[in-house]
Design a protein around this ligand. Sequence first.
Ligand code: GSH
Length: 302
Amino acid sequence: MTIPGQSIRSLNFSTSQVLGAGIAAGALALYVWRRGFSGSNASACDTPEAGNESDEIVLYGFERLSDVVASFSPYVAKVEAWMRFVGLPYTKRTGSTAKAPKGQLPYIVHGKNVVADSTLIVKYLLRTYPGMDRRLSPEQEALSVMMSHFIENSVYYGLFYHRWIQPQGYESIKELLLAKAPAAAGLLVRYIAGCKIRPHMKSALHYQGLGRHSEADINFLIDEDLAALSQMLGDKEYLLGRHPCLADASAFGFLDNALASEGVSPEYRHMLAQYSNLVAYTERIRATYFDAELRFEETEED
Ligand SMILES: N[C@@H](CCC(=O)N[C@@H](CS)C(=O)NCC(=O)O)C(=O)O
């Protein structure tokens, strides 16, 4: 029984008992942190039929970190941006990859349907709420699909490198993640963040291919992608004209993260800053579609 005011030293526990309890508490805290607190294990059907329009859309994603206005995952931010473009209300919850149907975020729960993967989520929502997005010509539709894939499968990996591998980027994202970890997980989380995540990300980038190049070549390839995106935007308001489409959602998900003040290397932000139309475009989408979040940030700082 614990007597109020009695110090831990006077309880006469052996060093190994105290150490064992500490490790167990740390492991438990880490387990809870990784699993998150919401929902039960989900299972997703790849191409579900349209759902019920009146059901609430619950989007499971990562918490916001730093000054990104949506999510620190570009794919979660893409879904959020798209739902805002078309005016679909949703509730956002912090999910966990351990519970996600495909081990990744985002996924949505909509009535009885669970849909994972940002592209499949948008397809499902379009089936459920037909006519939500603006009609594009077949050629524009094809361009929107191509640009989305280009952003998600090429541009994204440049950000990945400058967030998880490049030393300044990695220090920055590590500190942001540690700041969010529960205090009880302390040393153990610090160990995992310090020793485990980076090698995992390195091997992911190696298998993707970009990770096999020298830093100079990686930056050369990144710049080529950014220049192409900037050319495609030109002086238009959005990638395909006056209204945002799916490609803009993909672009915003990535750019909102890439331009954040933390969680990515200063070198990457510097490369991106050369393309002033991309910077202005990101600011425009933030101000038009994430106005409340921007005001929230300002209020917090006061
Ligand atoms: N193709 C998926 C990609 C989602 C994705 O890569 N999510 C990352 C976060 S940015 C994730 O959950 N990673 C955890 C993991 O792979 O273990 C989509 O479009 O939703």
